[in-house]
Design a protein around this ligand. Structure first.
Ligand code: IPD
Ligand code: CA
Ligand code: CA
Length: 270
C-alpha cells in the first residue's frame, strides 16, 4: 500500500463502515422493483442511512470540521479548519433501478494560506466491487495500491467519452445537445453511466478517455476531480479555464484529448 495520511484512513474507514448496509439495501432493492410504487422511499432511506454513518464516523474523528453532505446540507464547524464534502450515494437512479453502478464520494477541502480552499484528499469508493479510487494532493492517484494514470490515447477516434445527460428539468439540454452533436461523430463512443463521481474516477483509471457534464454539485465532483488531476489529467470548465465550480462545467481528459475536446466544445458553443 502506498503511504497515505491518517486523514485518508479516516475517510476510507467511514466509507467501509457505510458500505455493507448499502450493499444489503441494494440487494433488497432488486426485490422491490415489481411493487407499484417501486423502491423510491426505501432508497431514499438507504441514502440517508449511509450519510448518517459517514457523518457520524467523520465527526468522531474530526469533531470540529464542517461537513457539506448532500442530504443533510452543511454542518457548521470551525471555519478555519478543513471541510468534508460527502455524497453518500452517487448514482441514485442506478441504485433505484437495481443497476450495480454507484459510489460513495468523500473529499476534504482545506483552507490555504492565500485564503482560497483546495481539495487535498479524495475517495470514490464503489461498494459492490470494493474498488477504492483515491488521491492525496501531490501524492498521485491510486486504485487500492496500484498507481492510476489517465489513458494515453491521443486520437479522438479511439476515445470512449463519458457524459451526464440533463434530465427532469435539470441542466441545459440544448447546450448538452450541441456538445453531443459535435463530439459524438468524432469519437469511438459515448457513455452515460449515471455516476459523475465514478465517471471521473474512471477517467483517472484510463477506462474512459474523457468526460464532460454541467450542472453538477460539489459533492458529485470534488473527490473525482482531484483523482483525475493526480492521475495526470486535466479538469477545466468548457472554456478551458479553472472556474469549474463557478461556471458549473466540467471537462476532464488527458492533455492531448482535453485540448481536442475543448476545441470541439468551444466551436459547438460559439
Ligand atoms: C447524480 C449523478 C449523475 C449526474 C447527476 C447527479 P446522484 O448524482 O452523479 O451522474 O448526472 O447530475 O445528480 O443524484 O445520483 O447523487
Ligand atoms: Ca451525486
Ligand atoms: Ca447522491
Amino acid at each position: 500500500m502506498p503511504s497515505h495520511s491518517g486523514l485518508f484512513t479516516v475517510i476510507e474507514r467511514a466509507a467501509r463502515k457505510a458500505a455493507p448496509r448499502l450493499r444489503r439495501d441494494f440487494n433488497e432493492v432488486q426485490h422491490l422493483q415489481v411493487s407499484r410504487k417501486g423502491p423510491a422511499d426505501f432508497v431514499s432511506m438507504a441514502d440517508k442511512r449511509a450519510e448518517e454513518t459517514l457523518v457520524e464516523e467523520l465527526r468522531k474523528a474530526r469533531p470540529d470540521w464542517s461537513i457539506l453532505a448532500e442530504e443533510g446540507g452543511e454542518i457548521a464547524g470551525d471555519p478555519n479548519k478543513p471541510r468534508f464534502i460527502v455524497d453518500p450515494l452517487d448514482g441514485t437512479s442506478n441504485f433505484l433501478h437495481g443497476i450495480p453502478h454507484f459510489a460513495i464520494s468523500i473529499a476534504v477541502e482545506e483552507p490555504m494560506a492565500n485564503g482560497k480552499r483546495e481539495i487535498t484528499t479524495a475517495l470514490v469508493y464503489q461498494p459492490l466491487t470494493d474498488e477504492s479510487f483515491w488521491a492525496e494532493k501531490g501524492k498521485g492517484a491510486w486504485l487500492q495500491d496500484a498507481r492510476l494514470r489517465v489513458s494515453s490515447r491521443r486520437d479522438l477516434a479511439d476515445a470512449l467519452i463519458a457524459t451526464g445527460i440533463p434530465f427532469l428539468g435539470h441542466g441545459n439540454f440544448a447546450q448538452w445537445s450541441r456538445i453531443f452533436g459535435a463530439v459524438a461523430p468524432e469519437v469511438a463512443g459515448i457513455r452515460r453511466l449515471g455516476s459523475a463521481a465514478l465517471d471521473l474516477a474512471w477517467v483517472a483509471a484510463g477506462r474512459f478517455d474523457g468526460f464532460w457534464e454541467s450542472d453538477l454539485q460539489p459533492w458529485d465532483v470534488a473527490a473525482g476531480m482531484l483523482i483525475v488531476k493526480e492521475a495526470g489529467g486535466f479538469v477545466t470548465d468548457f472554456r478551458g479555464g479553472d472556474r469549474t465550480m463557478e461556471r458549473n462545467e466540467f471537462l476532464a481528459a488527458n492533455d492531448v484529448l482535453h485540448s481536442k475536446l475543448h476545441k470541439l466544445i468551444a466551436n459547438a458553443l460559439r
